[in-house]
Design a protein around this ligand. Sequence first.
Ligand SMILES: Nc1nc2c(ncn2[C@@H]2O[C@H](COP(=O)(O)OP(=O)(O)OP(=O)(O)O)[C@@H](O)[C@H]2O)c(=O)[nH]1
Ligand SMILES: O=C([O-])CC(=O)C(=O)O
Ligand SMILES: [Mn+2]
Length: 628
Amino acid sequence: MEITPIEYLKERLEPEQFKKIAAINNPELHEFLAKYIKLLNPSKIFVATDSKEDEEYIKKKAIEYGEEKPLATPGHTVHFDNYYDQARDKANTKILVPRGVDLGPFINTKDREEGLREIHELMKDIMVGKELFILFFVLGPKNSVFTIPAVQLTDSAYVAHSEFLLYRKGYEEFKRLGREAKFLKFVHSAGELDERKTSKNLDKRRIYIDLESETVYSVNTQYGGNTIGLKKLAFRLTIRRAVKEGWLSEHMFLMRVNGPEGRKTYFTGAFPSMCGKTSTSMIPWENIVGDDLAFIVDMKGEARGANVEAGVFGIIHGINKEDDPIIWEVLHSPNEIIFSNVLIKDGKPYWTGMGEEIPNEGENHSGKWWKGKKDAEGNEIPPSHKNARFTVRLDAFPNLDKEALDAPCGVKIGGMIYGGRDKDTWPPVREAFDWTHGVITMGAALESETTAATLGKEGVRQFNPMSILDFLSVPIGEYIQNYIRFGERLREKPKIFAVNYFLRDENGNWLNDKLDKAVWLKWMELRVHGDVDAIETPIGYIPKYEDLKRLFKQVLNKEYKREDYEKQFMIRVPELLAKIDRIEKIYREKVKDAPEVLFRVLEEERKRLLEARKKYGDYISPFQFERA
Ligand SMILES: Nc1nc2c(ncn2[C@@H]2O[C@H](COP(=O)(O)OP(=O)(O)OP(=O)(O)O)[C@@H](O)[C@H]2O)c(=O)[nH]1
Ligand SMILES: O=C([O-])CC(=O)C(=O)O
Ligand SMILES: [Mn+2]
C-alpha cells in the first residue's frame, strides 16, 4: 500500500522538524513537500518557523557551509557568486506553457511537459550530501488584502538568509490559513559547488516558471535574481494573478514625498533594473516604503499600494557618501548585511565608484584579485562587479516610513512615475494629460538601455513596457488592457509622470546631476495637488522655469540656470517622432492583441508633434510653448 504524503514526511524528517510541518493543516503543502523531498533527496532537512532561533540557525549554516564569510563589522558578511553567474540569466529563464497556449512576443517560453521533464531530471538527487531548508514567507504586509503566502525549498543557506532579510516571515500565517492558503512554491538548488562554494554547472543553469501550478524551479545558480524565490521568480506569477484578478503587480518603488506643511504624498516608480528605483526611493528629504516591487489594488475607488518586500537587494556600484548618504551610512554601520560580489580586503568591502581609495588586491567575484588581473576572455577584471549588491532589511534605514510599510490597507497613491535610460528623447520630467495618455505614451512606450543586471550586452536600447519586459508572463496586450481598465474604474486616478535621469549632451556628458531628481519629485508632489502651473507641450505638461529655479534653490541650494532648463526641457521632435514610429511598429507588427486605444493615443501624440514642428521647428525651447 502506498503511503500518504504526511506519512512519508514523518518517516523522512527528524521528529523535531516533522512536528513543524504537521502543525500546518494543508494537504497540498504536504504533497508538494513529499514530492520534492523524494526528488531532491537531501541528506538533511531543516524546517524554519518564525522563531529567532530558526533564523539564527540558517545564518550559522551560511557561514558553516562557506556560502558567506563574516566581515570585520558585526553583522556584515560577504557572498560570492560564480564569475559567470553575476546577473539574471534571461536566455535560460522560461515560462512553461501547455501545448496550444500562445503568450505572444517578448516572452521566452518552453513546452510545459518538456520543461518539467528537463527540470525534474536536473533536480533528481541534486541534494544528496546537502541540507534542504524549508522556509515560509509572505509577499506584502501580513494579514492584509495584499498578503500572498509562499514556500521556498532551497539548499542554499545564502538564499535562505537573503529571504529572511527581504521578506516577512510566514510560518504562522501558513498555520493560521491552513487549507485556505493559496500559496506560491519555489524549488531551488545551487547544484554542485566548486571550491569557492559557487555554483559550478552553469551550462545547466535553468529557471523555469510553471504558471499552472504556480511553481518556479531554479537550478545551478546562486545569483539572487535567479534564485530568491519571492523576488523576481514570484513576480512572474503575481503579474499573472494580478491580470486575472484586475489589480497591478509592478516593478516599482514606493515612496513618500513630503510636501508643504507636512503633507504626505505617495508615489510609485517603474524603472527597469539598474535605472534608479533604489536611488530615487532613498533620496534624502523623502521617505522610503519599498525599492523594487509593489502591489497596487483598487480599494473603494482609490489606488492603494504596498511594498511586496521588507528589505533591499540593492546595487552597490557607485554608492557614495555625497549622492547616497543614507545608504552609505547604513552600509557602514553594524547592521545585518550581505555584501555580494564586492572586493574584500582585511574584512572590509570595497566597490567601484564608492569615492574612496580601493586596494590593489583582495578577494572578489573572480577569486584572489589584483589590479590588472584578466579573465579567461582577456578582459580586465574590475575590483567589484557592476551588479554587485547589498542585502539588508528596510528596518535598518532611518528614512523608512514604517507605518506605510506595515499598513494592511497600503497607502493611497498620488502619482505613478515611469522612467528608463534614455540619452536623447524624453525631458527630465513631465506629466501626462490623463491616465490613458500616461499609461500608453509613458508606460507602454517605455524604452531603456540594457544594463549589467542581466547577462549580455549593455547599452542597447530596448522596448521595456512598464519596466516589466523581463518578467512578463501574460500576453502584453492583456497586460496593458488590464492597466487601462484598472485606472478607468478608479474614482481617484493617480497622476502619471515620466522622468529621464539619463539625458546626455552631444559629447556624451550627463545633462543632470544625480540629486536633481529630488527637485523633480518635489515638483510632481506639487502637481498632484494642483499647487503649481505647468506648460502644455505635445507630450504632456512640463515644469515652468521659475518653479524649478525656486525648487532647486530650496531643495539643493543650487542656482538653476535658464540655459540648463532650456537644454534639458527642449522638445526634441525628431527623436520623439522616431520613438512613436518604433513603438507603433512593435505593437502593430508583433502584438496581436494590442488594444485599439493604444494606436489612437500614439497617433494623437504624433499629430501634436507634427503641428508643433510646423510652427516652431525640430528642436523647440520650452519657452516657446509657454508663450503660446
Ligand atoms: N547618471 C545618473 N545615474 C544614476 C542616476 N540615478 C541613479 N543612477 C545610476 O543608476 C544605477 C542604479 O540604480 P538603482 O537605483 O540601484 O536601480 P534599481 O532601479 O533599483 O535596479 P534593480 O535593483 O536592478 O531593479 C546606479 O549605477 C546609479 O549610479 C542619475 O540621476 N543619473
Ligand atoms: O532581481 C534582481 O536580480 C535584482 C533586481 O532588482 C533586478 O534585476 O531588477
Ligand atoms: Mn528590480
